[in-house]
Design a protein around this ligand. Structure first.
Ligand SMILES: C[S@@+](CC[C@H](N)C(=O)[O-])C[C@H]1O[C@@H](n2cnc3c(N)ncnc32)[C@H](O)[C@@H]1O
Length: 170
């Protein structure tokens, strides 16, 4: 699943094709619930739980998802949900993958490697045997797609910022 905040329907389709056949799903870093909502529109049979450690985001996701999903305040580092999931995904959330050229790097919002390992262990603890962890891939910034009208008068555009990096002494 590719990361991006402008085409949730496409990302939901990609996620649904990966998760097919799995029922109990956890989204880590559910945010305002936009992606979970689109996934549920494709297949209302998913039992989705979303966690997030930002109360303002949880207010929005609770309002958006209502009783279609369970939303819980928790930090992925310390969550202890007392249940296991068939699939766990993070889309722009605490863990992800970034693509640089042909290389793929695991990234996390956490400040150090030890916490990232702790997070992965805690995620694994919440998966059933054979459960799947799905991470979105953040591609290199590109201006190839041009401007996209994403509604409500907002225009989304990605641009390369490599010139900034190229000018830094490494
Ligand atoms: C960029 S938003 C993405 C939201 C949603 N997944 C989406 O695609 O729209 C990232 C979310 O991850 C949450 N988050 C970051 N680190 C977290 C952590 N350690 N535990 C729980 N949530 C976290 C933030 O509060 C934020 O709501």
């Amino acid at each position: 699943m590719e990361s991006g905040y402008y085409n949730y329907r496409k990302e939901a389709q990609s996620l649904d094709s990966i998760l097919k056949g799995r029922k109990k799903i956890l989204e880590i870093g559910v945010g305002t619930g936009l992606l979970a909502e689109k996934v549920l529109e494709l297949n209302p049979n998913y039992e989705i739980t979303g966690i997030d450690f930002t109360p303002a985001m949880l207010d929005r996701s609770k309002a958006r998802l209502g009783n279609r999903a369970k939303v819980v305040e928790a930090n992925v580092l310390s969550m202890d949900l007392q249940e296991s999931f068939d699939g766990i995904y993070s889309h722009g959330g605490p863990a992800g993958v970034s693509r640089v050229g042909k290389d793929y790097h695991l990234y996390s919002f956490l400040p150090n490697w030890e916490d990232s390992v702790k997070m992965l262990n805690n995620i694994a603890r919440h998966l059933v045997d054979g459960g799947l962890l799905v991470l979105s891939i953040q591609g290199e910034e590109t201006d190839a797609d041009g401007e996209q009208d994403i509604g409500k008068g907002i225009v989304y555009e990605q641009q390369k910022h490599l010139s900034f990096l190229e000018n830094q002494e490494m």
